[in-house]
Design a protein around this ligand. Structure first.
Ligand SMILES: C[S@@+](CC[C@H](N)C(=O)[O-])C[C@H]1O[C@@H](n2cnc3c(N)ncnc32)[C@H](O)[C@@H]1O
Length: 281
């Protein structure tokens, strides 16, 4: 395809986005054509137009491009798997800080579980930032595990990041994983009723199992605080992302369950408490 043909593709993509009411058609059209070119130079025009139509019909840009940046790396994303959110980077960097501290104490490799891994964004972000980390990533959905595997391969973390799928820790129990330094988890935490009434928009493009945290949004946390404990070494950390306003309930759960001796609540840059960190007894 020559420059004139590529220019006409760019204009056509812009028109489609404009007609679809997309906020910044110029910037997005360039990103779409760039992404289409990376997939295939041969069918660039057809592919770019198909991507523009998907975007104009309301699909999130990350699904259209098939990529999202997270903790400084490019993560492949696809329909049916949650798009990594920038707010989750707080959880990732908290894990990295604790792992660096643990690995500076002695020369041993550090061990991490990324529970409810989705695309594997936290597992890969942590593996990138902590070269001495071995990571086990797991999700209920086979589709998530397959995408996580794809990300691990394309980022070169084979042999250091492992993937399983199944209900919470069951597959890790079967794999004999034990004595981890950190268990990190961004679980579904929106209450079913709020998801139905106020946040239905989330379900238009992304899967329910990524958001639905049961009657009070706490169902997975209630299991996690107990089920994570046998996988942590004494002094290891359970790190959980939480929704705005959930800090008091989660703090109570962590303090009362009897497996942890110190609970910290970490604010985001806006001052909202978004991460709970508990130290294993
Ligand atoms: C909020 S998403 C987080 C995805 C990813 N870790 C991230 O930060 O973008 C929650 C994930 O939990 C998974 N999940 C829900 N219930 C689960 C369960 N019982 N066991 C394991 N994973 C579960 C969902 O499939 C979804 O991928």
């Amino acid at each position: 395809m020559d420059i004139a043909e590529e220019d006409s593709t760019l204009s056509r993509v812009q028109e489609i986005l404009w007609a679809g009411g997309i906020g910044d058609p110029q910037c997005e059209s360039e990103r779409i054509v760039h992404a289409a070119r990376r997939i295939s130079r041969d069918a660039l025009h057809e592919r770019a137009l198909a991507m523009a139509r998907k975007r104009a019909s309301g699909s999130p840009l990350s699904y259209v491009l098939g990529r999202q940046r997270f903790m400084g790396i490019e993560i492949a994303v696809k329909d049916g798997v949650l798009i990594p959110r920038s707010e989750t980077e707080l959880l990732g960097w908290e894990a990295v800080a604790r792992l660096r501290e643990a690995s500076s104490e002695d020369a041993r490799p550090v061990r991490v579980i990324d529970m409810c891994c989705g695309s594997g964004n936290l597992a890969c972000g942590i593996a990138q930032a902590v070269p001495k980390a071995s990571v086990w990533a797991s999700d209920l959905m086979e589709d998530c595990a397959l995408l996580a595997l794809r990300n691990i391969h394309s980022l070169g973390f084979e042999g250091r990041v492992h993937v399983t799928f199944g209900d919470l820790f069951a597959p890790l129990e079967a794999a004999g994983v034990r004595a981890c330094d950190v268990v990190v988890c961004n679980p579904p935490y929106i209450s079913s009723s709020r998801l139905h009434r106020e946040r239905r928009d989330l379900l238009t493009h992304e899967p329910r199992q990524a958001f639905d945290g049961g009657p009070y949004g706490l169902s997975i946390y209630q299991r996690l605080v107990h089920e994570a404990a046998p996988f942590l070494r004494p002094g290891g950390s359970l790190l959980l992302e939480m929704g705005v306003g959930q800090a008091p309930s989660l703090e109570r759960l962590l303090k009362r369950c009897g497996h942890y001796d110190r609970v910290e609540l970490v604010p985001d840059p806006q001052g909202e408490l978004r991460v709970a960190a508990a130290r294993r007894l």
